[in-house]
Structures are given as structure tokens and as C-alpha cells.
Design a protein around this ligand. Sequence first.
Ligand SMILES: Nc1ncnc2c1ncn2[C@@H]1O[C@H](COP(=O)(O)OP(=O)(O)O)[C@@H](O)[C@H]1O
Ligand SMILES: [Mg+2]
Length: 314
Amino acid sequence: MLNIARRLKSADVLGINRRNAQYTLPHNARRLYPLVDNKARTKQLAMAMGIPVPELYGIIDYEHQRRNLHELLERYPDFVVKPARGSGGKGIVMITGRQGQLYRKVNGQVLSWDDLKHHVSNILAGMYSLGGQPDQALLEYHVLIDPVFQAISYQGVPDIRIVIFLGVPVMAMVRLPTRQSEGKANLHQGAIGAGIDIVTGITLDAVRKNQIVTEQPDTGFPVSGIQVPHWDTMLKTSARCHEMTGLGYQGADFVLDRDKGALLLEVNARPGLNIQIANQAGLHNRLKLVEQHQQSLKSVDDRVAFARQHFAAQ
Ligand SMILES: Nc1ncnc2c1ncn2[C@@H]1O[C@H](COP(=O)(O)OP(=O)(O)O)[C@@H](O)[C@H]1O
Ligand SMILES: [Mg+2]
């Protein structure tokens, strides 16, 4: 973080202590965390607001419900299994199709029915959940990559993170899966993050392990200058996440489906700070500006217009 962070105006870079003391602690009520720490609950909330999400095929709650798994999966040739309370891409398995009795993963490896059952058991036992708590396994629609991202994603679907403060989208990036991240768009798994100009929805350069990169490392295609489709919809939906969760400071993650457009994947109450590196811009001045104007930022349209007016990429 340091080499790039040093080049940013250091006073404007938001660090973890300030984020906690000035943003997440005062603006995010503890009682709201469970809404976003469980992906099944976040999906329900979004659906109640009419915000599109990847369809939930089923939830496996208890050990004995594993038996229902078979029946559930008979119906869907491809699907994603994930821990409801997971994070960082851990425990997520994406199945792209069948090969006889075997399930094929994005990287071409196959899983047997027993492998899959075993994986679900591990999820239920809390192997991937926050604090090792017993968990649920979610089965959901496998999002199909939008052609725009094909050249700059390796075997997976990118996700678009938008940080929202008091209902105003303040900064955005797209995270691109790499060979190392195994189809997942999580930076800790090796994905790369490219900033997005809030005003235009056009990508900027990317960062990989704190180094600026201009090309997707596995495909060699340039990552900047790409118009993210459905940008207006995502900006507006991100602003609506304020009403949806009640959180003052949050990160909303979207995926773009080839056929269904922008889908809300998850919401984070403690969004990371590396989005600043991906944008080569600090968050702190943007957050202060929103705070100063918060009285006049009531409607979703006001808040999106404010973001467009003030947060263009330099
Ligand atoms: N339904 C899905 N279809 C395709 N890819 C998915 C799906 N769900 C998750 N992914 C991939 O896995 C990554 C992590 O998923 P996410 O639901 O955000 O869990 P986590 O909390 O572990 O980050 C996503 O950014 C995306 O790249
Ligand atoms: Mg995620």
C-alpha cells in the first residue's frame, strides 16, 4: 500500500483507525450488521426493495437437509455454493456444468457428489464463516459474464464495489478475477482492482498487490478505458442501499450478468480501504464533503447528482 499511498496526498488517504473512529463506529449501528453479515438476509432485503440479485435456489440449514441438496441440484446444470456468512471468497464453489455424475468447476476440475456434500458439511460446520460460527450454505444462480469483461477476467465474473456514505456513492472499483484468484473477484485471493470514474463509469488503471498494472496479467488486455455497462443503474441502486440497510458507511458489490444486467451480490459494513489505491485517490476529502452537505442530500437523485458533480476522476 505504501508506495502508491505515498504518492497520494497522505492527508486525504483514509486509514483503518480513522475509518473506524469517524465512519463505521458512529454511522453504522451494531444492530444492523447482521443484515449484511448474512448473504441470505441481504438478498431478502434487496428483493423487498425490488433490487435484482442472483436468484437463490435454496438454503441448506442443517446437516440432515443435505439430503435435499441432490434434489435441488438435479434442477440446475450450473450453480454456485457459498457460505451465507463467508467473506473474502472463501468456501465459494462455482459449478459450470455436469459431466455424467461429476460436477465441473470453472477451472475444469471436477467434483464428485461426495466431494460436494463434504464441502456443504464444512460450510455448515462454520469452516468459512465469521468467527467459525455454524453457518448455512446458499445455492444460487451462476452469473454469466458480460462480454465487456471477457478479455480482462480470467475464468470468473468481476465484481463492482461502490463505497456509499450517507447514501452518496463516493468511490468505485471493479475487481477482476485472475488465474490465481480461481474465478473469484476477491483481492486477497489475487484478483486485481481497477478504479472506476464515478461520473462516466469508465475504468482506470488497476492495482495488483500495491503495484499499478495497466493490463490483465493473464490475458494481456488493457484494463483501463472500458465503459462499465449499466453504470447509471448501479450508481442509483448503490444510493438506495442507504435506505435498504440503514448503514451510513458501506460498500455495495454488484455483478453484471450477460442477460440480467446489474445484480447486487453483497453489502459490506466495513469496506476495505484499498479502493483508494485502485483509484489513486483518497476517500477522506470526499467523505468530509458529503458530511458538510448532508442536509441537502435527501433523495436518491440528489445524492447521485452530488456524486457526479464532485467525484470525477482527476
Ligand atoms: N453467483 C455467482 N456467480 C458467479 N460468480 C460469483 C457468484 N457469487 C460469487 N461469485 C464470485 O465470487 C466472488 C466472491 O463472492 P461474494 O458473494 O462476494 O462472497 P465474499 O463475501 O466471500 O466476497 C465474487 O466477487 C464473484 O467473483
Ligand atoms: Mg465479495
